[in-house]
Write a protein that binds this ligand. Structure first.
Ligand code: DOR
Ligand code: ZN
Length: 348
């Protein structure tokens, strides 16, 4: 008989975009209702480059939380060509900063302040290794002429593998992996290297971008890949590897900026993220592995305690809203107007 309910330690989201201002205040509650902590991405405009900026951003998030919420935002800094070893030391000393995010310049939303030449940030990477502060990586090549579907595999081979060899003690999270190539690299790498996986890359392949017409709410970066890559991701999470953990990459954009001639990349999944993962793990025949992925492997990597509170999922379908308020406008979630097979029955 199919499993009807599942109780796991309160999960965390190890990769989340909360935005700022009114949009942030509109979405943070979706995550805080289920997840205990989240690694908050720093790709605001202007980017969160310093510990002082991260502290101020954290204060704004805490202020926006519903009364009584114990949700903890785990802050990150945005690595730019200007980042200094001194800022790395300050970040490592802060109880609130948990990593530094590397965006190859121009690779994705608000990444123009990122790094074009990895050779120019060696001193910063050495300082991060020294201070044992994790490097979080958007793993897509920005070399001209590389096909958009190949950017992750090319980055892994040409940039990430050499970087991990050069800094063998640096803890690295390859964020939102999408390919069999990335799975093979991460699973074969030393324990210092881990990865997050989104619900959309476990549930959808690239055909979902063109299902009867162009589907802007399936557009994210890294872009969805072909079916064999999705299958490799499902096999990887089913293996129970401690190197893999939950990171939704929930990335809300106002609906008008998605329904546009040049629409923004980003999928909003926060209100239904945990149920979507349950669907994916069920499809993989691996519901037993969801607890490690959602609640245990991330804390172990980031050296934080596993939650003592629990969340219960029940196999009971519900209908997803067509949209949610987002600042002055709206945001359309993944699966908008559709049905999800699992629901969060109780959370702290
Ligand atoms: O699809 C994406 N959206 N990928 C990213 O890397 C950034 C994110 C965003 O901030 O919207
Ligand atoms: Zn992201």
């Amino acid at each position: 008989m199919a499993t009807a309910a599942l109780t796991i330690p309160r999960p965390d989201d190890w990769h989340l975009h909360l935005r700022d201002g009114a949009p942030m205040r509109a979405v943070v509650g979706h995550t805080a209702a289920v997840f205990g902590r989240a690694i908050v991405m720093p790709n605001l405009r202007p980017p969160v480059e310093t510990v002082a900026q991260a502290e101020a951003y954290r204060a704004r998030i805490l202020e926006a939380l519903p009364a009584g919420s114990r949700f903890e935002p785990l802050m990150t800094l945005y690595l730019t060509p200007r980042t200094t070893a001194e800022e790395v030391a300050r970040a490592a000393a802060s109880p609130h900063v948990h990593g530094i995010k590397l965006y190859p310049a121009g690779a994705t939303t608000n990444s123009d302040a990122g790094v074009a030449d990895l050779g120019g940030i060696e001193a910063v990477l050495a300082a991060m290794e020294e201070h044992d502060l994790p490097l979080l990586v958007h793993g897509e090549s920005i070399e001209p002429g590389i096909d958009v579907f190949d950017r992750e595999a090319v980055f892994v081979e040409r940039q990430l593998a050499p970087l991990c060899e050069r800094f063998p003690r640096l803890r690295v999270v390859l964020e939102h992996i999408t390919t069999a190539d990335a799975v093979e690299f991460v699973l074969g790498a030393p324990p210092t290297v881990a990865a997050t996986i989104t619900p959309q890359h476990l549930l959808l392949d690239r055909n979902a971008l063109f299902d009867g017409g162009i589907r802007p709410h399936h557009w994210c970066l890294p872009v969805l890949k072909r079916r064999r890559h999705r299958e490799a991701l499902l096999r990887a999470v089913a293996s129970g590897s401690p190197k893999l953990f939950l990171g939704t990459d929930s990335a809300p954009h106002e609906v008008g900026t998605k329904h546009a001639a040049c629409g923004c990349a980003g999928i909003f999944s926060a209100p239904l993220a945990l149920p979507l993962y349950a669907e994916a793990f069920e499809e993989a025949g691996a519901l037993h592995a969801l607890e490690g992925f959602a609640s245990r492997h991330g804390p172990a990597f980031y050296r934080l305690p596993v939650a003592t509170e629990t969340v219960t999922l029940r196999r009971e379908p519900w209908s997803v809203s067509a949209s949610y308020p987002f600042g002055e406008g709206h945001v359309v979630p993944l699966r908008a107007g559709g049905t999800v097979a699992w629901r969060v029955e109780s959370a702290p």
